[in-house]
Design a protein around this ligand. Structure first.
Ligand code: GUN
Length: 283
């Protein structure tokens, strides 16, 4: 029988713990606070920011939304970040991506102080992740690891295949799996022998962003765990990278879309906000 990994349930258990931790901070007079910057009026970005804001408030984390005009200059945006860096009442800072074209995103991400970088996108934190010394780890990869660990007692020595090499998901999740002593392969659009790699994978993380990219035409290990990070639309319906109904018959554990990785990402953002507060106060 295939086990469907319930991201909603796992996220809700972690959220209960976050809420308890937030309450104990409040009891000590500390208000855990996340500042989210939204530049311009991208509809999808606004909807993500609203979801983050709502989740924070539901979990006793203060959320400050900062909405800035599409035509704000890079310099003024850097000044906004500097204000938040220096504001002791703010523990986490997130700049919603993508930013308008006239702004250099790398420069903006570099400006966020590393102890408040709840996205883990500052190049210093990216480097620390590779070294295995990062405190703030990008939210989606962190959520993916929780899902894997909910079904895989021991990752060590397993063949892990990450399909996709983005800076936000593929590369960091590969680093995290490597830290758990998995044998990690990263596949991407130029990979030639994907079916061979799939056939020997114990853990597959798909983050290619192509609807139903993984079909039942591949040979999967019947003991495999498949994590679907896809967030794609097909015929107006949210679907993953994996053809869930078909692939679920061939593997041991699989995460659905929706209800798999999605609920974990915002949960880990709140987790990182609480962690950032601890990092700042233990300095
Ligand atoms: N836009 C899409 N995903 C993300 C994310 O994880 N963090 C930020 N800051 N922007 C995003």
């Amino acid at each position: 029988m295939t086990y469907i990994i319930d991201g909603k349930k796992i996220a809700s258990e972690i959220r209960n713990e976050i809420k308890n931790q937030a309450q104990s901070l409040l009891d000590r007079g500390i208000i855990p606070t996340l500042a989210v910057i939204l530049v311009g009026d991208n509809r999808a970005s606004r909807s993500y920011v609203n979801s983050k804001h709502k989740a924070c408030l539901e979990n006793k984390i203060n959320s400050v939304k900062i909405e800035l005009a599409e035509n704000i200059s890079e310099e003024n945006l850097l000044q906004e970040i500097e204000k938040l860096n220096n504001d002791n009442s703010v523990h986490g800072i997130l700049v919603q991506l993508p930013l308008p074209k006239h702004i250099n995103s790398e420069k903006i991400l570099e400006a966020i102080t590393i102890e408040k970088d709840v996205d883990g996108f500052n190049p210093i934190n990216v480097g620390k992740l590779t070294l295995g010394t990062a405190e703030l780890i990008p939210c989606t990869p962190l959520g993916i690891m929780s899902l894997i660990e909910s079904v895989e007692e021991n990752i060590e020595g397993k063949n892990a295949l990450v399909i996709g090499r983005s800076n936000i998901v593929g590369k960091p999740v590969a680093s995290l799996l490597l830290q758990k002593n998995a044998t990690v392969t990263i596949a991407h659009s130029k990979t030639k022998n994907l079916s061979e790699l799939i056939a020997r994978a114990d853990i597959i993380v798909s983050c290619v962003g192509i609807a139903h990219f993984l079909t039942d035409e591949y040979n999967y290990k019947n003991t495999a765990t498949v994590i679907d990070v896809g967030n794609n639309y097909k015929d107006d319906k949210l679907v993953g990278d994996v053809d869930f109904e078909k692939v679920k018959e061939k593997v041991k554990h699989i995460s659905p879309v929706p209800g798999g990785v999605g609920p974990m990402t915002i949960t880990m953002l709140m987790y990182n906000t609480i962690l950032a507060q601890k990092v700042q106060n233990n300095k």
